[in-house]
Design a binder for this molecule. Structure first.
Ligand SMILES: [Zn+2]
Length: 614
């Protein structure tokens, strides 16, 4: 059986472009959507995937068995309300409990920035109510819990399709998913990291040997330097800027890296007795704290212990930020959302501070193409905004890879964990994926794909199909070859009967009896012409004697109708005209006696011996 993979077609997605995930998988006749992300680099309808790719007529309900969301980042879930409420989908949606809790906050935050602040028409974007209605359709899942997918509109589970979530690290609630249909399976990683950080653990998965592992490859080739080294580097850069009297902007996602970097700076400020203020943009932080407390089991051991004594996210040196502080003189550090500088407070602060070369912006995560964050990381120092105003960037731009993605080593490690039969790289850049795929094929000897947007990949699988064998057939087999031995599988021949979704292997005769069929025998027939002027009666007799003399091990019979039977091979003289000098011999044999058939053909072609002794 075969497994298809379709990538959602995005209007102007060039090749393997990073930034939003939406993958369609067909496995064992089930269609599953993996993530439903938004492209953060666009401000128009191009930010959403084109669902007409799935179906041009009819509803998504008819074409999708379920949707799985890996984590709350908008490039993985941002399109969900659009899909369910505006395009129309009522089928099951699965995500972990923390993702279900946090996802609507980020969606609402993004909606506010887009619709309320920028005044984008409500008609093209989802409303707050749509986010709520969408979240009602979500079925939350626990880690390591095998969930049978509910069939749409029937209060009954689909016993063929099941999913299981595994811890992925990355951000609170992030999960990898194992999807199984019969004996075929796929693992989808979403974003993950294989090394624990200050607040989350490392990703882990069973040795589940899926037919396909779909892994993100954001940091496909960067074997990042040790964590400690990166942290020291980060603190040094922040410290130097502060000493010079400069300001440091750190754009962050509301949850995840922000907490980790806060913990890091707090400890450093305490140790170095630094007086410059550190601010964190409020609003989301408070909620973030609550969620960490609520989903404490999803964090790492250290945080769990600390939380018992005090709130890990209450900081002595880090205070709430107020917009009016932007113009304050003197050094300061500001954590502000969103992380890619595409809107909101972080962009506002950036615009103010960018022209001053004393200042610094530290991008701690990966940025999507089209965002301001992506532009400055690619060395662009003149940025044009919608109002045609050009911003000159003189501040230092630093990139510190704190974003918790697996690097090449981590990806290899995950492959070692779960031992997939095929690997597919997504969410990465073309050249890097090309390099890594070669490495994977070399080291593990498995096929590795990295399809472009809109491309379909087909993967061959070897599904196990259970078949009931009839007792008679087994007994006969045992009598011929001895009792069965589990260590030595052997081939069993029979007729396969498919009836009412069950498969049975029986003997051909039983199959014929059951189905009321008659046996048809296929025979091969060929003609040989021999020069022999005698009447055909004599010819047959001479041939019979000749064969008896040549083929001693076979039963040769001269039949009353004038034909000759050699075992199951039949020879007949055609053309009854007595006067003819040549005779046509028709030779016919069944498939099983093909060797004898061709032996007789060769014999006849040599002709009859001149004199045959009677
Ligand atoms: Zn992510």
């Amino acid at each position: 059986m075969i497994l298809f993979l379709l990538f959602m077609w995005w209007p102007t997605g060039a090749g393997q472009d990073v930034g939003r995930s939406c993958i369609l998988v067909s496995i064992g006749g089930k269609n599953i959507m993996l993530d439903c992300g938004m492209h953060m680099g666009y401000n128009d309808e191009r930010r959403f995937p084109d669902f007409t790719y799935i179906t041009q007529s009819g509803t998504l309900n008819d074409h999708l068995d379920c949707v799985i969301i890996s984590h709350f980042h908008l490039d993985h879930c941002g399109c969900l309300p659009y899909m369910t409420e505006m395009v129309g989908y009522d089928g099951p949606i699965y995500m972990t409990h923390p993702t279900k809790a946090i996802c609507p906050i980020l969606l609402e935050d993004y909606r506010k920035i887009t619709v309320d602040r920028k005044g984008e028409s409500q008609a093209t974007f989802f409303t707050s109510q749509m986010i709520k209605d969408c979240m009602k359709k979500v079925v939350p899942v626990n880690l390591h819990q095998t969930v049978q997918v509910v069939i749409l509109n029937i209060p009954q589970v689909d016993d063929e399709l099941e999913i299981k979530a595994y811890y992925a690290g990355h951000v609170l609630g992030a999960a990898m998913f194992l999807i199984k249909v019969g004996s075929e399976s796929v693992v989808y990683t979403g974003d993950y990291n294989m090394t624990p950080d200050r607040h989350l653990g490392a990703a882990w998965i069973d040795k589940c040997r899926p037919d396909l592992l779909i892994t993100e490859s954001t940091y496909a080739t960067t074997i990042r330097d040790s964590k400690r080294c990166r942290e020291r580097d980060f603190l040094k850069k922040v410290h130097e800027t502060i000493e010079k009297g400069g300001k440091v902007l750190i754009p962050v996602f509301a949850l995840g890296r922000a907490q980790e970097l806060c913990i890091l700076l707090e400890t450093f400020w305490e140790r170095m007795n630094i007086k410059a203020p550190i601010y964190f943009s409020t609003g989301l932080t408070e909620k973030a704290n609550n969620y960490y407390r609520l989903f404490i089991t999803w964090t790492n051991q250290k945080i769990r212990k600390t939380f018992v004594k005090r709130n890990m996210f209450e900081f002595k040196h880090i205070k709430a930020f107020d917009r009016s502080y932007i113009d304050n003189p003197g050094p300061m550090v500001v954590f502000a959302t969103p992380g890619m500088l595409h809107a909101g407070l972080s962009l506002q602060v950036f615009k103010k501070w960018a022209p001053d070369s004393k200042n610094m912006v530290i991008m701690p995560g990966y940025c999507v193409a089209g965002t301001v964050g992506h532009k400055i990381l690619n060395g662009i120092r003149k940025i044009e905004f919608e109002n045609k105003k050009v911003l000159e960037v003189r501040m230092a731009v630093e990139y510190m890879s704190f974003s918790a993605h697996a690097d090449a080593q981590g990806i290899m490690q995950l492959i070692r964990y779960c031992e997939p039969r095929n690997v597919m790289l997504v969410h990465g850049e073309g050249q890097k994926m090309d390099f890594l795929s070669k490495k994977i094929t070399q080291e593990f000897g498995v096929q590795c794909f990295f399809p472009a947007n809109g491309e379909t990949v087909t993967i061959e699988t070897n599904p196990n199909i259970p078949v009931d064998a009839s007792l008679n057939l087994l007994k006969r087999e045992a009598s011929l070859t001895g009792p069965p031995d589990p260590k030595r599988p052997r081939v069993l021949h029979g007729a396969l009967i498919m009836k009412e979704n069950s498969l049975r292997l029986v003997s051909p005769s039983q199959a014929m009896r059951e189905l009321g069929l008659k046996e048809h025998e296929i025979r091969f027939t060929s003609t040989v012409t021999i020069h022999d002027p005698q009447p055909s009666q004599g010819t047959v007799e001479r041939l019979c004697t000749h064969l008896k003399g040549t083929l001693k091990d076979h039963s040769i019979q001269h039949m009353p109708d004038g034909s000759i039977m050699i075992d199951s091979v039949l020879i007949k003289v055609s053309g009854s005209s007595e006067e003819e000098e040549t005779k046509d011999f028709l030779v016919s044999w069944p498939y099983e006696d093909e060797d004898l058939g061709s032996q007789l053909m060769t014999l006849l072609r040599k002709g009859l011996p001149r004199t045959v002794e009677a």
